[in-house]
Design a protein. Structure first.
Length: 358
């Protein structure tokens, strides 16, 4: 009789979809590839699903750049153009991605059987030291598990692996709400710092720790990341590469735009717009919103194809104030010229973004 050895969870025999992070290779960037002057009270998505959040006098430039370790094309780069080496207690500069609760059931997070989970990623920084990372679980109270990783060589790609356990405290958010947040602390004041790393889960809003290295404390320091993978088990498997089309479709659950990929949102664009032709018996225009299976009912913005103006649509030769009817989780509804007759035998067109990010 032939015996087959079965490996434990988290080893290299795992099949199916392993990576619970969307866009971990930083390929998808629907909103653009560079943003400057991200500063106090700023919250900015550049590459899809990864958000830079700043509350302080920190100022950052963030870019999708073609600089990555072997096996990858892009990374997300932060340059800290205004540093704060002595931040106030409530200051922070954080890169995060929130994972939808219903995609995390395999981790056991929020249950008595919460098991091992492993994060792996590639990182490159102009400064070295011991940096802070945290997992956060959401519900009636914020829960945090602050961890660390060490960068040994400046300006060199290094792979990091962090293994910990999911939280046994129940997460009270709905199925399509935030389940876990992955927080890379780039700067932190004392109010968001644990006394040290690896203290386990605690009821607190922590993502840094006392004595951590924060690149946002050094003017013009840089910090880059790619290959982010979060999976069930006690070891890291090779990064799960998905096709561009599949990754884009996963991102569109959280952010959808009619602008052509690589186009500038809010710019004039005569490509890939929503449109409708008005016949010779009608004078009022409406355009149907596409059906997209989003995480939740989205926030929607209409853009004029000729001027890029928000809240406006374009007819053949004029601009019109526009509004939108109610849109549910799967889109739907209508864009219409707001109390404006646009004439007959003309076309009307508009661009649209729909945002259901966590």
């Amino acid at each position: 009789m032939t015996l087959i050895k079965v490996k434990s969870r988290g080893t290299d025999n795992v099949s199916g979809r392993r990576n619970l992070v969307i866009n971990g290779d930083m390929r998808i960037a629907q909103r653009g590839t560079s943003a400057t002057g991200i500063t106090n009270n700023g919250s900015h998505f550049l590459v899809d699903r990864f958000k830079t959040v700043i509350n302080s006098s920190y100022t950052s430039t963030i870019q999708q750049v073609a600089d990555a370790p072997d096996g990858f094309i892009y990374s997300l780069k932060h340059t800290f153009t205004t540093a704060t080496s002595s931040p106030g207690s409530g200051d922070y500069n954080v890169l995060d991605t929130n994972l939808e609760k219903q995609n995390l059931y395999s981790t056991g997070n929020g249950t008595s059987w919460a098991g091992s989970i492993t994060l792996s990623f590639w990182v490159k920084s102009s400064i070295t030291g011991t940096f802070a990372f945290a997992l956060q679980s959401f519900g009636s109270s914020r829960r945090s598990n602050v961890l660390s990783y060490t960068i040994s060589s400046a300006n060199t790609w290094e792979k990091k692996v962090i293994t910990t356990t999911a939280d046994t405290t129940a997460n009270t958010n709905g199925a399509n709400g935030a389940g876990l947040g992955l927080r890379f602390a780039l700067g932190s004041g004392s109010s968001y710092e644990a006394s040290n790393a690896t203290t386990g889960w605690q009821t607190a809003d922590y993502f840094g720790f006392n004595g951590a290295t924060y690149p946002a404390g050094t003017t013009n320091a840089t910090w880059q990341i790619t290959g982010v993978q979060f999976e069930v088990g006690d070891s890291a498997s090779d990064f799960e590469h998905r096709s561009f089309g599949e990754e884009l479709a996963l991102c569109e659950r959280y952010f959808y735009t009619t602008y052509p990929y690589g186009g500038t949102i809010g710019a004039a664009s005569g490509s890939s717009f929503l449109g409708r032709f008005i016949d010779d018996s009608q004078s009022y225009a409406s355009i149907q919103v596409p059906n997209v299976n989003m995480r939740a009912a989205p926030t929607r913005v209409i853009y004029n194809t000729s001027t890029g103006t928000a809240g406006s649509l374009r007819s053949d030769s004029a601009n019109h104030s526009a509004a939108i009817t109610g849109t549910g989780q799967k889109g739907g509804g209508w864009i219409y010229a707001n109390n404006s007759s646009i004439g007959t035998s003309v076309s009307c067109k508009a661009h649209l973004t729909m945002d259901a990010e966590l």
